[in-house]
Design a protein around this ligand. Sequence first.
Ligand code: SAM
Length: 276
Amino acid sequence: MEGKLYIVATPIGNLDDITYRAVKVLNDVDIIAAEDTRHTLKLLNHLNISKPLISYYKETEKIKAKSIINKIKEGKNIAVVSDAGTPGISDPGEEVIKEAINEGISIVPIPGACAAINSLICSGLCTKQFLFVGFLSAKKKEKREKLEGLKNFTNTMIFYEAPHKIEDTLTCMLEIFGDRRISIGREISKMHEEFIRGRISEILDKLETRGEMVIVVEGANKSDEELEKENRNEMSLEEHYDFYLKKGFDKKEIIKKIAKDRGLTKNDIYQKFINK
Ligand code: SAM
């Protein structure tokens, strides 16, 4: 019988941040495919797990993906882990998942730590909608072009960055985005964990450029039209009706507008307001 592909999230610092299920899966699979086998061995030793390891890193992803899939077809269950956090999120994983889908193999995610999500939730910025950008290019021109392209994006943005590049990246952001509110999630789940929140200029003045960091950036200001649309989406049906009534629309027009805003049929809305 064909095996399964498990995508297992591992800690991003504190080794206690591994789920019971992840430990069970790592214990049960036949092989663990690791980004850096030495790194994963430390985690496995901590968990008292002994398993055959194969290496699976970015530069060899495509070739290794094929050999992982062949082993699964032979009946082996394989877990993919990266050095830290969720595989496939600025880490290897994508290729083997694509290949497994092509070959009709079952993929099982084992959820867990992710630096992006944990930085976002503690940022104090809007969490309703966001864009994960990941690492910016190391090439200055490409990096600036990417930021220029994001200048008018109105939702929160999440960037990964290496400590030695953080100052340059924040300086570019200040120049291109203006003095936005940001939050830096630093050394999450480790001894020196901190969240540094403020305007880009304030943070540039006091930031320690050591440790692992995630930059969460406030989106651009929304237009009045976008704000009004967002407010409408958060209203109850009754409030939505009154909103258009106050604007002077009649019942028929209101029902048409609400249906359009909410992606429903006019009939759905009409039933609710039959007695109005
Ligand atoms: N797959 C990982 C995840 O799920 O978050 C991300 C791996 S990526 C190669 C490494 C980057 O993630 C770091 O440069 C940093 O931006 C961020 N990162 C990882 N661990 C972190 C931590 N404990 N605190 C803050 N940022 C972290």
